[in-house]
Ligand binder design. Sequence first.
Ligand SMILES: *[C@@H]1O[C@H](CO)[C@@H](O)[C@H](O)[C@H]1NC(C)=O
Ligand SMILES: *[C@@H]1O[C@H](CO)[C@@H](O)[C@H](O)[C@H]1NC(C)=O
Ligand SMILES: *[C@@H]1O[C@H](CO)[C@@H](O)[C@H](O)[C@H]1NC(C)=O
Ligand SMILES: *[C@@H]1O[C@H](CO)[C@@H](O)[C@H](O)[C@H]1NC(C)=O
Ligand SMILES: *[C@@H]1O[C@H](CO)[C@@H](O)[C@H](O)[C@H]1NC(C)=O
Ligand SMILES: *[C@@H]1O[C@H](CO)[C@@H](O)[C@H](O)[C@H]1NC(C)=O
Ligand SMILES: *[C@@H]1O[C@H](CO)[C@@H](O)[C@H](O)[C@H]1NC(C)=O
Ligand SMILES: *[C@@H]1O[C@H](CO)[C@@H](O)[C@H](O)[C@H]1NC(C)=O
Ligand SMILES: *[C@@H]1O[C@H](CO)[C@@H](O)[C@H](O)[C@H]1NC(C)=O
Ligand SMILES: *[C@@H]1O[C@H](CO)[C@@H](O)[C@H](O)[C@H]1NC(C)=O
Ligand SMILES: *[C@@H]1O[C@H](CO)[C@@H](O)[C@H](O)[C@H]1NC(C)=O
Ligand SMILES: *[C@@H]1O[C@H](CO)[C@@H](O)[C@H](O)[C@H]1NC(C)=O
Length: 813
Amino acid sequence: MAQQQIFLVFLLPLTCFVFCTLCSVTSGLAETEALLKWKQGLPKQPALDSWVSPPEANSSGAQTPCSWRGINCDSSGRVIELNLNNTGLEGTIEKLNFSALPNLLTLNLQDNKLSGNIPEGIGVLSKLQFLSLDKNHFSGSIPQSLGNCTDLRVLSMALNNLSGIIPPSIGRLTNLTDVRFHRNHLHGDLPQEFGNVSSLIVVHLSYNNFSGHLPPQVCRGGKLVNFTAAYNSLSGPIPMSLRNCSSLYRVQLQHNQLTGHVDQDFGVYPDLTYIDISFNRVRGELSANWGSCQSLEALIMAGNSIRGNIPGEMFQLKQLQKLDLSWNHISGEIPTQIRNASMLYLLKLDRNNISGMMPASIGSLSNLELLDLSMNRLSGSIPYQLGNCYKLLNLNLSHNDFNSQIPYQIGNLYSLEDFLDLSYNSLSGKIPVDLSKLNNLINMNLSHNNLSGSIPDSLSTMLSLSSINLSYNNLEGPVPNSGIFDISYQSDLSNNKDLCGRIHGLRSCNVSISHWRSNKGKAVISIVASLAGLLLVSLVLVGIFVVCSKLKSRIIEQNSGIMKESTFSILHFDGKNLYDDIIEATENFDDKYCIGQGASGKVYKMVMQGGEKLAIKKFRCEEYDLDLQILKAFKSEIEAMTEIRHRNIVKLYGFCSQRSHTFAVYEYMEGGTLADFLKNDTKALKLDWLKRVDIVKCVAEALSYMHHDCDPPIIHRDISSKNILLSANLEAHVSDFGTAKFLKSNSSVLTAFAGTLGYAAPELAYTLTVSEKCDVFSFGVLAFEILMGEHPGDLISHVHAFDDDPNINFKEI
Ligand SMILES: *[C@@H]1O[C@H](CO)[C@@H](O)[C@H](O)[C@H]1NC(C)=O
Ligand SMILES: *[C@@H]1O[C@H](CO)[C@@H](O)[C@H](O)[C@H]1NC(C)=O
Ligand SMILES: *[C@@H]1O[C@H](CO)[C@@H](O)[C@H](O)[C@H]1NC(C)=O
Ligand SMILES: *[C@@H]1O[C@H](CO)[C@@H](O)[C@H](O)[C@H]1NC(C)=O
Ligand SMILES: *[C@@H]1O[C@H](CO)[C@@H](O)[C@H](O)[C@H]1NC(C)=O
Ligand SMILES: *[C@@H]1O[C@H](CO)[C@@H](O)[C@H](O)[C@H]1NC(C)=O
Ligand SMILES: *[C@@H]1O[C@H](CO)[C@@H](O)[C@H](O)[C@H]1NC(C)=O
Ligand SMILES: *[C@@H]1O[C@H](CO)[C@@H](O)[C@H](O)[C@H]1NC(C)=O
Ligand SMILES: *[C@@H]1O[C@H](CO)[C@@H](O)[C@H](O)[C@H]1NC(C)=O
Ligand SMILES: *[C@@H]1O[C@H](CO)[C@@H](O)[C@H](O)[C@H]1NC(C)=O
Ligand SMILES: *[C@@H]1O[C@H](CO)[C@@H](O)[C@H](O)[C@H]1NC(C)=O
Ligand SMILES: *[C@@H]1O[C@H](CO)[C@@H](O)[C@H](O)[C@H]1NC(C)=O
């Protein structure tokens, strides 16, 4: 083997020399030479092992690279295809001698890590029909010479770092069917010649900074299927050829400054499934024609200047799932035909001028997950039938003129999660006790109404609730003193008739505040005392656990409702885009976005369009480390974990194992890991004793919830200070629940878990048997670490020997 390699090293320059001297080289030799030379210049070319100088001429006497990976030849042995998509190539194509490959029809290098410029020389490939350089790191500009490749049908350079303009010469490519330049840094006007390319089927220009007008004749040939130009700086009219472009399937032009009339510039599209023209300058009234686009699944026109009524025909679209007309000037009433749109899961009509009653038939929309009718002029009572929309996750009816009582059936909306906002209406009567059944709800706002009576005690049992606003009502009587009310601000209860309770600023009821304080104090002492007990019997830990879990944590999550909503919609409605967005926003997991590193992988910070932040944990494992069988088996459990809402558990938004990446998407925590806090002297000062005890309690709460309130129980398996994250106000959140189990037990990653073995119970560490006890033991170690400021280290291994070793100074601990 080694001999062979040495042989090659000597042979290669030699063969090269031989080729160069024989000037009457056959095309086969020139191709071989050009390709080998390119290979030699690449720093990484794992896929090109088969690319070696042909050891002997093949039987027909010609030396061809035809048998190499990714190469295809025509019948006379000329290279016509170079197809190395997703093969891990790194380096540039600047040294690839294209003039030696004049017969190339297909050049596909997509999904690699190639960088540098796309050389002008590429223009010599006059027969080229398919060019894809998608998903690489190419920079520089698009070569002008591409205009010479007049046979090109597919021209695809999306997801790179290209800058500059699209050269006008591209207008000469009259056979183009697919043009993809999306997600680069291109700018300038688009070549208007695009209009004369009548073969266009797919045009993707989104996420650049193109300016000027869209080519008016982009659908000249009547074949255009997918057309996206979103998130640019385009102005001017909606291309007029779209009007009778009946082939359209998907259109995304959102976030530009396009002008036009929603009634004149669009026609009837039998195949159109998705259209987003939101946040442009489109005017006019919605025409009933939209009701004839029978395939339509999503119609998104938010943030324009659309007026007039919503045509009832719109709701006869059997496939319609997403209708967003928010931020317009729509008036009139919500058509009762709405009941027919039974597939709707998102209905946003907020920030318009819609009046009248909310139709009771909205209750037939059993798939509805997000309903936002806020900031309109709706009046009358909230129909109780709304309680049938049991899949609702977000409900916002705020800033309207709804009156009479809150229907108790709202309490049947068990799925409600991110928010229930009925604020700024004229609702009266009592707060329905049934609202306490909303156990997944995080934010509830009933402020600025005329609600009266007392606050139902049961609201304090709502498990997920993180914020409640009852201010500006006519409420009276005692405020419950547990659950969410343990942490409510005075401002959330202000301006009522006569509320009393322990919250600062309220008159106290008959029970004195000092009584409550002393109870709280006892609880703290009992924790510390119990912790000392850990040293005696690890079983006692289970005891603390129970004590701890009985205590209510204090945590104030300042969730911006809007952020929650958009994050949510991305995951549940647009998972594919999220994947691409993550790759894009982190530049394919570039280290500069890395904010932390644990045993199982790195964590990256991702800032989305719109500013919301997510934490992406990319597992260190490659595909072979991941037990796909297990992953599949636990699919439902992952799904369950994404549904868990607990104040002390970092929200898992999604989990993704795709291509070579496996990652989990989490809520972003400003404070970083507890480990970093404890290690850093400056930061550690911020953690006073009470804060530290609070952190221990929060972790106990989270574990208790996962072990006892989840069925089946979910075991963390990797409790350590690296997995405890702190929010901006230093509340502890446990992250990374359960994900350790998806790794193969013999994978290199699990061995790497040794880093956190310091937290594992000795009798369990070696067997890797998992039960709640693992977490309880780790919790004990963690509690020590929090109180001592550092990992207790060897102390733990002495625990077993405790009885015989009087030298350990437990007092000091
Ligand atoms: C040998 O070359 C001929 C054409 O020149 C080609 O058809 C054949 O596939 C080649 N064989 C190998 C093993 O490369
Ligand atoms: C890219 O390669 C994959 C296999 O690795 C293949 O399935 C896919 O069709 C290729 N794409 C193109 C455009 O050739
Ligand atoms: C390609 O086009 C450029 C101008 O765009 C021209 O100068 C050049 O001669 C053409 N031919 C080749 C082979 O590049
Ligand atoms: C376009 O393609 C057709 C075949 O589909 C071919 O005859 C024609 O020459 C091509 N046009 C150009 C400008 O390459
Ligand atoms: C992207 O291109 C610009 C210049 O065009 C360059 O400065 C930058 O380093 C490139 N970024 C990456 C990630 O290659
Ligand atoms: C487009 O084609 C028309 C003829 O069909 C021609 O008059 C016009 O000049 C062409 N426009 C461009 C920009 O090439
Ligand atoms: C995009 O282009 C517009 C005008 O063409 C310019 O004002 C703006 O600064 C550009 N934005 C970026 C991010 O380059
Ligand atoms: C669109 O309408 C124009 C005239 O109104 C016509 O010339 C053109 O052929 C039509 N295109 C399609 C694809 O029907
Ligand atoms: C159009 O887009 C849809 C969805 O993204 C995709 O499934 C379809 O294959 C695309 N059609 C073409 C012709 O590329
Ligand atoms: C709308 O739904 C009602 C019943 O909910 C049904 O009678 C009617 O036929 C539906 N209309 C259409 C156009 O589907
Ligand atoms: C809202 O609609 C009413 C008529 O229903 C109209 O009088 C009023 O001017 C509209 N307000 C706005 C801001 O468009
Ligand atoms: C400790 O934290 C402070 C403030 O957060 C920061 O400025 C400093 O760089 C950190 N020190 C170390 C050693 O990480």
